[in-house]
Structure formats: structure tokens, C-alpha cells
Design a protein around this ligand. Structure first.
Ligand code: MG
Length: 305
């Protein structure tokens, strides 16, 4: 174990593990702006691909996190390949890009990967030409149609479910019937709660939990923490997992999914996972981020060094 002197409780909070599983302790005196990270540099001077989470990483709801615009602009200028990767299936890629650019973060629809797109691709590959009963919003419906699948109300091969703010008892009953008749149950993302102005609201995972309870069938999960969305994003970007850095604010979703796909992972402490709850999240997720940064400017400085 490499240990830099002046160990105290602050230093212990900076305990991380590097790529070879070694424990590295940094003292505050050697860290820029109380940033802490461990492991080897991502590698050489090559511009490494990044898969970047949205909510909690670039913005909170409709408010940009400070310097997120500069972070993305810098990646563009330095020609880092990157994609925005989101569990949210409600928006089309065009709507996601519009949401980002409306906050001042430069974005094009082709920069966006959603759990809806990955779900549609997965279904099209596993069940070509499938009849799909969809519980979801425009982003999911559009992705299903764009993948050449049929949206149906009766006798589906697949029930795909995402966030649906018009979820009803009738939709639950239909999903239950089709799944119990043998349709495959695919869920875009398992998030139980969503941040919203005024508090938390039920996420796609909560609706899926009702379907699971009714059918006693577990869904195939596409979004984070599953690696399926990340693998889709890697293919979309034409990147190798081992070269790619997954950036996110949530150890239990972003970091877990990145690790599941074989990527390097960087946690930014601007959202769900904090200094206070980080170790608890690591225990629950059974995965540890490769790198930890207070915010995007610290991550950018590290990428540019
Ligand atoms: Mg997030």
C-alpha cells in the first residue's frame, strides 16, 4: 500500500483503489481543490471516448450544473468522442438535445443514446419484426417504430415498459394478461423515483414493479445499471469498452452499468452519490468507481492534463 503522510480523517475520505486493486491515500495537500482520484491516467495523449450521464451530471431538472456547457464545449474542441447516455425513455433524441441546448449545453440528436433506443434495438435483434405492446411515452413509442417493430394493442410478442405518466389500471391489466400469455417483459430502466420540481415522483421502475407483482415475472432490464444500454452506446460510438470512460453521478446506476460493460468509470459528486453516502452506495452496488471528482471542471482538468 502506498501511503502519503499526514493521514487523518480527511485523508481517509480520500481512500480509493487504483486499477490494480492497490489502495492509494492522498493527503489534501497534494490534491487540487480537494479533488481525489486513484488509478493510472486513462492513457497517453489519445482523446478517449466518454459516455456521459445527464441528470445530476450535466443538469438538475431544467437547471444546468455550473460549467457543464464549458465541459461539453471543451470535449468538442479537443475532439473527445462522446455520447449522452440516459435512462430516461420518455424523450426522443431530438427532445433530449433540445432540452440540453435550451440550457446552453451544446447537443445534437446524434449525440444522444436513450434506454428507449437500446430497448428497441434489443427487441429488434432478439425478436425481429415483433408485435410490441408499449407502456411508455413518445420517446419509447418512436424508438419502437424506428426499429421496424409493430406497436399493437392485442397479442404482442413483447411488452416493453418505460416511464408512462398516463399509466392506468387498464394498461396494467393488459400488460399482465399479455405477459402471462407468454409475451416477453422488457423494461427500459429500473429507476424507482425521479427528481422533479417539488420533490420525487414515481419512475419507470415503480410502474414495472406493479407489473412484476401482478405477473410474478421479472423484466429484462435495458437501462443502467444493466450493461445493455452501455453496450449499445459503445456500438453507437464505435468505441471499445476498455478505452471508454463512463461519467455519472450515481454509483448504483452509472458506475455499475459502466463496470458491467467493462468501461472505466468516473463519479462526479454533483448528484445522487455524495461524500456522505458514497461508501454505502459502493456497498449496495458492489462496485467502486475508478475515479472520483468533485465536479466537471476537475474531471476536465484531469482529462486535459
Ligand atoms: Mg444521473
Amino acid at each position: 500500500m502506498l501511503c502519503i503522510p499526514t493521514v487523518d480523517f480527511d485523508v481517509l475520505r480520500h481512500m480509493v483503489y487504483n486499477q490494480r486493486g492497490m489502495t492509494v491515500l492522498f493527503s489534501n495537500s497534494v490534491l487540487p481543490k480537494d479533488c481525489y482520484y486513484g488509478g493510472e491516467p486513462l492513457g497517453g495523449t489519445a482523446m478517449k471516448p466518454l459516455l456521459i450521464d445527464l441528470d445530476g451530471t450535466l443538469y438538475h431538472g431544467s437547471h444546468m450544473i455550473p460549467e457543464a456547457d464549458h465541459f461539453i464545449l471543451s470535449l468538442r474542441e479537443k475532439q473527445f468522442p462522446y455520447l449522452f447516455v440516459t435512462n430516461n425513455s420518455s424523450r426522443t433524441p431530438e427532445q433530449v438535445a433540445l432540452h440540453l441546448s435550451g440550457m446552453g449545453i451544446p447537443a445534437d440528436s446524434q449525440d444522444v443514446c436513450t434506454s428507449a433506443m437500446a430497448a428497441a434495438r434489443f427487441i429488434a435483434e432478439e425478436h425481429p419484426g415483433a408485435r410490441v405492446y408499449c407502456i411508455g411515452e413518445e420517446g419509447l413509442q418512436r424508438a419502437i417504430m424506428d426499429a421496424g417493430l409493430q406497436l399493437v394493442e392485442e397479442n404482442p410478442d413483447v411488452v416493453v415498459q418505460g416511464i408512462d405518466r398516463h399509466f392506468t389500471y387498464d394498461k396494467l391489466a393488459a400488460a399482465m394478461r399479455w405477459i402471462m400469455d407468454g409475451a416477453r417483459f422488457v423494461m427500459t430502466n429500473p429507476d424507482l423515483q425521479l427528481p422533479a420540481s417539488g420533490g420525487l415522483t414515481p419512475g419507470a421502475g415503480t410502474l414495472g414493479a406493479a407489473i412484476e407483482a401482478a405477473t410474478q415475472v421479472k423484466p429484462l432490464v435495458i437501462g443502467k445499471p444493466s450493461g445493455i444500454l452501455m453496450n449499445y452506446a459503445l456500438e453507437h460510438l464505435g468505441a471499445n469498452a476498455a478505452d471508454t470512460l463512463v461519467v455519472g453521478d450515481n454509483i448504483r446506476t452509472d458506475i455499475a452499468a459502466g463496470a458491467a460493460a467493462g468501461c472505466k468509470t468516473a463519479l462526479v459528486l454533483t448528484g445522487v452519490s455524495t461524500r456522505t453516502n458514497m461508501e454505502a452506495h459502493i456497498q449496495v452496488a458492489a462496485v467502486r468507481p475508478d475515479y472520483v471528482f468533485n465536479d466537471l471542471p476537475e474531471l476536465l482538468a484531469w482529462l486535459e492534463r
